[in-house]
Write a protein that binds this ligand. Structure first.
Ligand code: ADP
Length: 497
């Protein structure tokens, strides 16, 4: 058997302990999948308010952990517990920073001290590892997004020759390049790093400090959540100002597609569905469709239900669907949307539902059970994203037999294959340009296939039998970790606390 790796996954959220989005899902699933492969993986995260509701009993292992923050010391505590899936998790507790309602802010905006909170988190992670070194020493620290961006920077600067941390390798994953942790330059003092790093080759970004950029420059290896997104972020169009840095590091930048939890997302076992079904016994899906029609007040009609479940934000491109809506209805489709987000999109979609009763159904809000019923009852799942690092919606849709119709970008391009009616191969329908006509054309192709039941069954089955569980992706991560391993240093003598 391949030797067990010791990995610390550092992130600001991990489902089900704390989650605001896809990052939390990935951090909940990947460590578990890696442990399934036999590796010793542990999570390091802030002790946000409420995590105790989802973790095993929390034990304090270092009650007073002093963390340097600029010219002062801030005290936190190091604690440990397990996630419900049995993954060991270390919490960095500091109530002033992390015992708050939100993870990053409130409805009114980001917390004013986010830079300070996550400088503390990054430095605290490394100080924690020094404390833990006699019991457990990871070989690789896997950082995720801007909140952990300073960890690779510290490893290559302040802790470079440290007996415990000097051999620790770092990997940084970009889950969404649009979020970078950009703060005013005076915050540089808090990091404890020299001003010599405040240059375009270091942390400086148009006169400010950019924590993600620090990670991109200093991490041993970079990954992002699909192969296509790994290419796209090296272009000015989707590089968010960091394409130059990423181009420079192209040789170290890898795309590893996310998976979904196949236990959690399983139409044969999903308690939210009125009838279970599977690829081999697909009959229950028809009942799910009829129940969904009744629940949402849709007319009985032969055409496909085309559904969307998404955050209503610019990235998701739902304005494009509004532009193409009447053509989609003309093609015989019914349209369903579940989502919440920007008020102007919520309003526009509410109006669309009013204008087309019985044919367009909109539910504003966040509702995981309804989401399941939509994946279960829909014939097609539409994702017109402007960009999409990976996307989970299309993976869930494939598993639930809702045929994805997606724009060819990022992870959507990597996970959905155009259906070929002659060969009966492929899993969905794709289009390229961010234009309503191109989208409508793809929807028409789907509606055409839907009129041929035998063909449609083959297409649905192709999707349902694809494998986007975490196992394969976890194996890829393990290979990447191995690439960056460094020879271990001498064991340190016990530090007094
Ligand atoms: P992102 O992480 O950018 O929001 P993804 O497609 O990667 O997009 O993941 C979105 C996940 O959130 C999917 O599992 C989707 O079903 C779920 N989701 C989004 N909006 C809602 C909602 N309003 N109610 C329930 N689930 C939602």
């Amino acid at each position: 058997m391949a030797p067990r790796l010791r990995i610390l996954v550092a992130a600001s959220e991990a489902a089900p302990l704390a989650k605001t989005g896809g990052l939390g899902d990935v951090m909940g699933a990947l460590p578990r999948a890696l442990r399934g492969l036999g590796h010793d993986v542990r999570i390091f995260m802030p002790r946000h308010r409420g995590v105790e509701a989802h973790a095993s009993e929390i034990r304090t292992i270092v009650p007073r952990l002093a963390v340097p923050l600029g010219d002062r010391m801030v005290e936190g505590a190091l604690q440990e517990a397990e996630t419900p899936a049995g993954v060991p998790v270390y919490f960095l507790a500091q109530d002033q920073y992390f015992d708050r309602d939100g993870l990053y802010g409130t409805a009114d905006g980001d917390y004013w001290d986010n830079c300070e909170r996550f400088v503390f988190f990054c430095r605290g992670a490394l100080e924690s590892l020094i404390e833990l070194a006699d019991g457990w020493r990871p070989q690789v620290i896997h950082c995720n997004d801007w909140q952990t961006g300073l960890i690779p920077v510290y490893l290559k600067t302040l802790y470079r020759d440290h007996p415990v941390l000097g051999t620790l390798a770092s990997v940084l994953t970009i889950h969404n390049l649009a979020y970078q942790g950009v703060f005013w330059h005076y915050d540089m003092a808090m990091t404890g790093l020299g001003w010599d790093l405040f240059t375009p080759a270091g942390l400086e970004f148009y006169g400010k400090i950019n924590l993600l950029k620090g990670g991109l420059v200093f991490s041993d290896l970079l990954t992002t959540v699909s192969r296509t997104y790994a290419e796209e972020i090296r272009t000015p169009e989707l590089g968010n100002g960091l394409d130059g840095v990423l181009e420079e590091r192209a040789a170290d930048l890898h795309g590893v597609v996310n998976g979904i939890d196949y236990e959690l997302w399983n139409p044969a076992k999903d308690p939210a569905l009125p009838r279970p079904y599977s690829a081999d016994e697909p009959e229950g899906k028809a009942a799910c469709r009829e129940t969904l029609r009744r629940e949402l007040g849709l007319e009985d009609a032969p055409g496909p239900i085309v559904a969307m479940v998404a955050r209503l934000v610019e990235q998701k491109g739902l304005d494009l669907v509004l532009a193409g809506l009447s053509s989609m209805l003309d093609a015989g489709c019914q349209v369903v949307l579940l989502g919440s987000g920007e008020p102007h999109l919520e309003e526009a979609w509410a109006h669309a539902a009013e204008r087309h009763p019985g044919r367009v159904a909109v539910r504003l809000g966040y509702d995981t059970a309804l989401a399941s019923r939509i994946y279960g009852g829909a014939d097609c799942f539409l994702m017109p994203s402007r960009y999409e690092p990976c996307g989970l919606g299309q993976l869930i849709a494939l598993r639930y037999g809702a045929v994805p119709i997606v724009r060819r970008t990022g992870g959507l391009a990597d996970t959905v294959k155009e259906f070929d009616a002659t060969r009966r191969s492929g899993t969905g329908f794709l289009w390229d340009a961010f234009e309503a006509d191109a989208m409508v054309d793809a929807v028409r192709r789907a509606a055409g296939a839907h009129r041929r039941p035998e063909l449609w069954s083959a297409l649905v089955r192709n999707g349902m039998t694809e494998d986007f569980s975490w196992d394969a992706s976890a194996r890829e991560y393990a290979l990447l970790y191995k690439k960056v391993l460094r020879p271990a240093g001498p064991r340190p003598s016990r530090r007094s606390r």
